[in-house]
Design a protein around this ligand. Structure first.
Ligand code: GLN
Length: 454
């Protein structure tokens, strides 16, 4: 813990940690020492972690990287971070992210962006987003692992951009209780780690049924680490032809082919599959996610907690709401709230929101059909490119930024587990990731296949 706290200070320029908790960390580390001495060390005893700012942490600022949660110190701990704490983990502090987890570059954060520790020239690169601080912190060895959340790719894309492992579990595997909600039917917490084995160990502590989240699954949590067999002979890996997008860079194609080759060499059977509704995933996601966000974010009104705008003589309660939300939310969040409100409005509900929900069902069915044909896991690129420069993407057109999620959003829409594994470097020497998608509740077998790519 002391070494990591030193690294956190030394790595301050990365902007990864936004609220540091060194005293609390040392206190928990001492408690871990005592438990070790008593011979009762739990799984993560003394392991220093970073926690994404989206998780509510008792007595510690939890702001979702938004001005509107300025000064908010929850009186409670999220289930996932509580389970990690109970397993002995030591929280070093809270990690940077896009505001309310909306973004792919960490640039919508009220704290300013986190920076990718990878560098090939003078440019500062994004660590991806929204879990950019988590990715930067793990890649730069500021902590041993971190929590992330993934609504449309926010664990897997930053993992790919920084050369680490990121796992989005099956929807319902981890409790969402105490995690600031973005799009409740898509949000899922997961581990960001240096290795697949670490991801298995961390998921073990994060997962499990929670009566406080009605969408968390009441299923046993298997021993994920024990399921790393190192033997994937006979596993059937699907290569979905629709993910071969037009204009896909050659090096991404090559990486994908190399990944398939590695799995074949390990004894897996590689088969071509079709997921015909893939091209509708991004539009459907960018209707459903803003719709849910607009509803979830209605609660930030300046009344009970967080930021409240300064009011003038004669201002009424509506003025307070308006000023607070105008000053408290950033531009991307406002865009989502407006898009979401629009697609949910009486006149457009059927044309947009209901249509998107139907598309979502079709996407889910595509995956079910592939799995029914005996496919165990699906291999795709994690992102359409390596990390890009800060300030270089989506300035004129936000859709350019949204296209980053092209390979990842399908997995959230279908509720499946997906993992990004570092798979090599691009021409310039920047990390690239491959994604494996698994069957519902089969994170164990998924991790097993993922290890063969390491
Ligand atoms: N980049 C996507 C978005 O902005 C996904 C974000 C996420 O997974 N939290 O919605």
């Amino acid at each position: 813990t002391e070494a990591c706290l030193g690294a956190v200070e030394a790595g301050g320029a990365l902007g990864a940690f936004v609220h540091k908790t060194p005293e609390l960390a040392l206190e928990r580390a001492r408690a871990a020492d005592a438990r070790l001495k008593a011979g009762a060390a739990p799984a993560l005893c003394g392991i220093p972690l970073g926690i994404k700012d989206l998780f509510c942490t008792e007595g510690v600022a939890s702001q979702a990287a938004s001005r509107i949660l300025d000064g908010f110190r929850p009186e409670y701990e999220s289930t996932v971070s509580a389970q990690l704490r109970d397993a002995g983990a030591v929280m070093l502090g809270k990690l940077n992210m896009d505001e309310f987890a909306m973004g792919s570059s960490n640039e919508t954060s009220v704290y300013g962006p986190a920076v990718n520790p990878w560098k090939v020239d003078e440019r500062k690169l994004t660590p991806g987003g929204s879990s950019g601080g988590s990715a930067a912190a793990v890649a730069a060895d500021l902590c041993l692992a971190a929590t992330g959340t993934d609504t449309g790719g926010s664990i897997r894309q930053p993992a790919a951009f920084t050369g680490i492992v990121g796992l989005k579990p099956t929807y319902g595997r981890c409790s969402r209780w105490g995690i600031v909600a973005f799009a409740s039917s898509l949000d899922q917490a997961g581990p960001m780690t240096k290795t697949v084995r670490d991801a298995a160990i961390l998921l073990q502590a994060m997962a499990g049924h929670d009566p406080k989240d009605s969408t968390s699954a009441d299923l046993p949590v298997p021993d994920f680490e024990a399921m790393l067999s190192g033997d994937i002979r006979g596993r059937k890996i699907g290569i979905p032809r629709e993910y071969r997008m037009e204009g896909m860079p050659q090096e991404i194609e090559d990486l994908w082919a190399k990944g398939a080759e590695m799995l074949r060499d390990a004894g897996a059977e590689i088969v071509d599959i079709s997921l015909p509704h893939t091209k509708y995933a991004l539009p459907a996601y960018y209707v459903i996610a803003p719709a849910e966000a607009s509803s979830n974010l209605a609660r930030y009104d300046g009344v009970r907690y967080g930021y409240r705008a300064k009011l003038e003589q004669g201002d009424g309660i509506v003025d307070m709401y308006e000023k607070t939300r105008a000053e408290g939310f950033g531009a991307e969040v406002k865009r989502r709230v407006m898009v979401g409100t629009y697609v949910l409005s009486a006149g457009f509900y059927d044309a947009y929101y209901n249509r998107a929900r139907k598309v979502r069902t079709l996407i889910k069915r595509d995956f079910e059909q592939a799995f029914d044909q005996g496919v165990d896991a699906i291999l795709t690129p994690a992102t359409p490119s390596a990390a890009f420069g800060l300030g270089e993407m989506g300035q004129a057109d936000p859709v350019e930024m949204y296209l980053n999620d092209i390979f990842t959003v399908t997995v959230n829409l279908a509720g499946l587990p997906g993992i990004s594994v570092p798979a090599g470097l691009d021409r310039k020497g920047l990390p690239l990731g491959l994604q494996l998608i698994g069957k519902p509740w089969e994170e164990g077998p998924l991790l097993d296949v993922a290890e063969a790519l390491e």
